[in-house]
Structures are given as C-alpha cells and as structure tokens.
Design a protein around this ligand. Sequence first.
Ligand code: NAD
Ligand code: WQD
Length: 340
Amino acid sequence: MNYILLTGGAGYIGSHTALALLRAGYQVISFDNYSNSSATALKRVEKLAGGNIICLSGDIRDEAALSAVFRQYPVAAVIHFAGLKAVGESTEQPLHYYDNNVGGTITLCRVMREFNVKKLVFSSSATVYGDAKTVPIDETAPRSATNPYGQSKLMIEHILADLVNAEPDWGITLLRYFNPVGADSSGQIGEDPNGIPNNLMPFISQVAVGKRDKLNIFGNDYPTADGTGVRDYIHVVDLAAGHLKALQYLENHQGIEAINLGTGTGYSVLEMVNAFVRVNQVEVPYQIAPRRPGDIASCFARPDKALKLLGWQAEKTLADMVRDSWHWQRQNPNGYAENK
Ligand code: NAD
Ligand code: WQD
C-alpha cells in the first residue's frame, strides 16, 4: 500500500494527514477542487516533510477526471475527505450539498470499483449521532440528522454499508470525527475558514488576533457543569495519525467498521476560552448570547473501539490544542490568502 489518494487533500484535515503520510513514507496524491482550500497548504506540507505530493486539481463528481487518476497511478487506497461541511450553508443549499457530498462519493466509489481499488477511509462525523441521549457516545448509538450536512454524512454511511453488503471484498472505515482543532506545531498549516468562522476554535483565534471584537458564547443555560456546551475537541495531528492506523487496518481487513475518533473527554465553551487565554497569555473578550439553533448540550466520544481495532488513541492535551491553534493563527492572521 504505497500510493494513497486523498480526495480533499488540500483541506484542513487532509493537509495534516498528507504530512503524516509523507513522513511515514507513503506516496501521496491529492485530488481537490480547491472550493474550500488553497494549494499553498500542500506546498507547505511538502516543505515540512521534505517530499513531494502529486497535487491534482479536480472535482470528485467528474468521473472522467477521477478515472484518469486511477489510470495513471497505482492507487492502493483512498482517504475520502472531499466534502462541503458548513451546517448553516447546507440548510440554504441542500441540493448543492447532496450533489457534492453524496453524488461525489457515489462517483468516487464507482471509479474505485472500475479500477479494483476497494480500500476506503471515509471522513464521517459525530454529527451522525444527532442529539445523543447519553454520553459518552459509542458507535452503536442511534443515528439521526438535523440538517442536510449531517444527513449527507448519514446517507453516505448507509450507501457504503450497502456497498459492502453487496460486494464483501471492499474494506471501508467510517471515521467519525468529533471536534477537530489545533494545527501542526510548526504553525505552517492550519484551519483557514472562509468568512466568519462557524466553529468555536477559529472564532476564538480570530478574536485573539484582533480580527473580531468578541466571541459570542451560544448559551449558558445548558444542563452542563458551567451551563455552556460541552464537546470532544480533538487535535488534528492526533486525527491525522488515526488515518494512518485506519489504512494499516485495511491492509488485512475487509468489511465496514464505524470508528469514533475523539479523546473521550468533553470540555465546555468556557473551559476552551479559559485554556486559550491561560496558555497563550492573550485576551479573548466574550459575551453570553442566545443558544444557536440546532446545538446540543453535550457530545463526547467513547473512543475504546479505536484503541481496540486500530491501536489508536489521542495523545495531545488541551494545552497543545489551544497553543497550536494560536501559533497557526498568529503566524497566518489571514490564513493562506495574501489579503483576506
Ligand atoms: P475542508 O473544507 O478544509 O476540506 C475539504 C476539502 O475538500 C477542501 O479542500 C475542498 O476544497 C475539497 N472539496 C470539497 N468538495 C470537493 C469536490 N467535489 N471535489 C474535490 N474536492 C472537494 O474540511 P475539513 O475540516 O478538512 O474536513 C474534511 C472532511 O472531514 C469533510 O468531509 C468534513 O465533512 C469531515 N469532517 C470535518 C469536521 C470538522 O469539524 N472539520 C468534523 C467532522 C467531519
Ligand atoms: C462548539 C461549541 C457552540 C461558535 C460542528 C458541526 C459538526 C462538526 C463539527 C463536521 C458549541 C459553541 C461555537 C461560537 C460558541 N463538523 N460556540 N460560539 O457545533 O459541535 O459541531 O462542527 O462534521 O457537524 O455541527 O462545533 O465548533 O461550531 O461549536 O459558543 O462562535 O462552541 O455552541 O457548544 P459543533 P462548533
């Protein structure tokens, strides 16, 4: 298993995984339409790793372009990051989200089958658990979705399960990420959201760097210890390592497995803000705002299955997460763009 195709390889999680793969000696092919990323990320990864990535620009819905990749390179496995991920936008543009995420995945699988490449790691999400009744959440918890983005992940999980059912020689891992944060410790690559960040950590970082006045904390009346929402934040470098373990697992396993990638520990919004301030010695002004529609009180993983099946567990601390997020933001106040 040497050539690994990363769809969406230039994105936040894809670029960190590309770095880990290069360092582990894999040949990395990135196939990305750059709808939410910059080729600069991959240039920086190459520099950090001292190796080359085959960087291809293309859309996973373009069957001919994807086929050309498989014709040219001996792809052993695919890590499928490509997808749109903004929850609010998905509600406004459901057809676009279903077309891109679900349609794109079907096209990818069709091409993979044509070239007899049947090892796939899929970027799923804790969003498939909807508003879980109990925490920590294990992989057998009921699944539901409250928005088209989440629905697209759920649909893809079902489609891939049906595929394995029909063709048992596929090996598929559904990695259900919890809340990815942080950046490579070099500060060279990181999360670069377009416009106003939806997610907590990039918002905190942009307040700290002076791009935004203050953080709105969405609700302090949840049934949690301090009233603010609790999530399982996971360092993106730990997440990247999980993908390498999933690839190794697929070398000698067929069938389909859903696996949580989380730390197993939940932190509240206030705990995140306080850690960021304490570790980085910066100010993060905030105010309490109304709850954000669709938010849940508490969500964190039971990560035992990842340890048992993949031999993976998160190693980074909360201090690592907030320090590395800040390091990236401070060095790249405008992300990858020159003047954003
Ligand atoms: P990202 O937006 O940074 O990366 C996704 C990449 O896919 C981008 O580079 C984008 O340009 C590319 N892309 C999108 N549609 C494409 C298409 N049709 N063809 C080719 N490339 C396309 O997002 P990320 O945070 O790195 O997330 C990666 C994956 O993990 C996504 O599928 C996302 O849904 C999933 N996920 C992310 C999170 C999170 O909070 N970041 C949590 C759970 C799951
Ligand atoms: C975390 C906490 C907010 C911003 C989302 C997607 C999910 C997954 C990860 C892809 C919550 C609070 C946030 C702010 C705040 N993505 N918050 N002020 O909502 O857990 O998950 O990203 O799969 O599908 O739904 O992450 O970072 O948006 O919020 O108070 O400005 O921070 O209310 O408690 P979330 P988040």
